[in-house]
Ligand binder design. Structure first.
Ligand code: ADP
Ligand code: TRP
Length: 320
């Protein structure tokens, strides 16, 4: 089974990215042949500062390795190091109905939030389809917000197969319901674009301050607290043991404990959960050649697979 996923280097890694995409992807690397990449071509649609793009790409690669991506098991590379993906993207574009892209939420969301309505932003799902199809991927671990892009990928693959015979495998998304939408500081889905993120590799003080700023209601200390839609509980559930989580739920229901105390417990749990990753990250940062080596080897392997699929595609469409 081939497993593939990508993540854009468009900012710092947050808890939503980790629990929604990175941890499931890392767990899956044991289950098959994994291909994971830094989606720098996709990030070009929103990041127009070259120094920032370069820095984010490198940081993200370091973060992914620190969080447990094992380059001995998974092929890890930068999207732009496989140039054939842009060629495939064009081939797919030529058969992709406009209506399919016009229905996509992410384009509408991003333009509504002030990003310029560029062609790249509109065609984003086509490049993503190329990412997935060029490795004959079976399974794509992502957060729930990427579900529609997987549907578009399948529709494009079906269209290609109708036109040209069976060119592509149909990939399946892998979305974990328990971590599909990690809540942010305001209780809404955690996202860079909502400014409600908790960054994983943040400095201790900043991280504590962020967690202490989680929005809560005005229930007095003595009173029982609502457990429904609580961002504190939603986050704590992701990283506490079942019994610790149950204890916090019980303390919410009993009353007598203020939100500040719950946030302190949450901070301690987050800090402890990511301690091994922080340690690993420091070691990776201290050995700069390591990331370069991993990405270079990953690119070589990814290109070899991509080229195999591309010769099939070029033949199928009449370019070869
Ligand atoms: P952001 O919304 O912060 O810009 P990205 O779109 O870069 O995040 O998401 C990268 C990956 O992380 C995707 O697979 C996405 O589904 C996942 N992800 C992001 N935020 C969350 C969240 N709050 N809950 C679950 N998964 C998330
Ligand atoms: N669109 C994804 C995101 O914003 C990133 C991505 C690009 C991706 N290509 C992909 C994810 C292919 C899975 C498969 O997070």
């Amino acid at each position: 089974m081939r497993i593939l996923s990508g993540i854009q280097p468009s900012g710092k890694l947050h808890l939503g990215n980790y629990f929604g995409m990175m941890r499931p992807a890392i767990e899956l690397q044991e289950k098959g042949e994994a291909f994971y990449f830094v989606a720098d071509l996709h990030a070009l649609t929103t990041v127009h500062d070259p120094a920032a793009l370069r820095a984010h790409s490198r940081e993200l690669a370091i973060d992914f390795l620190a969080c447990g991506l094992d380059p001995a098991r998974a092929c890890f590379f930068r999207q732009s190091d496989v140039p054939a993906v842009t060629e495939l993207s064009w081939i797919l574009s030529a058969v992709t109905p406009m209506g399919l892209l016009e229905r996509c939420h992410s384009y509408k969301d991003k333009t509504a939030r002030g990003f310029a309505a560029s062609h790249g932003l509109f065609a984003y799902p086509v490049l993503m389809a190329a990412d997935i199809l060029i490795y004959d991927s079976d399974l794509v671990p992502v957060g729930r917000d990427q579900k529609q892009h997987l549907e578009v990928t399948r529709d494009i693959a079906i269209k290609m197969n109708e036109l040209y015979g069976s060119v592509f495998k149909l990939p399946e998304p892998s979305i974990r319901e328990d971590t599909a939408a990690v809540p942010g500081l305001d209780g809404a889905k955690m996202s860079k674009s909502y400014g409600n993120t908790i960054e994983i590799f943040e400095d201790e003080k900043v991280l504590r301050k962020k967690i202490m700023s989680i929005q809560t209601d005005s229930t007095p200390v003595e009173a029982p607290k609502p457990t429904e839609n609580s961002a504190i509980l939603g986050l704590y559930r992701l990283l506490a043991s079942e019994s610790d989580y149950a204890a916090m739920v019980a303390a919410f229901q009993a009353g007598g404990c203020g939100y500040g105390d719950f946030k302190k417990t949450l901070f301690a749990a987050v800090w402890e959960y990511f301690a091994p990753m922080r340690e690993k990250r420091a070691a990776i940062v201290a050995d700069p050649a390591l990331v370069d080596d991993v990405l270079r080897d990953g690119a070589a392997k990814a290109n070899a697979i991509a080229e195999g699929v591309m010769s099939r595609v070029r033949k199928a469409v009449g370019l070869a």
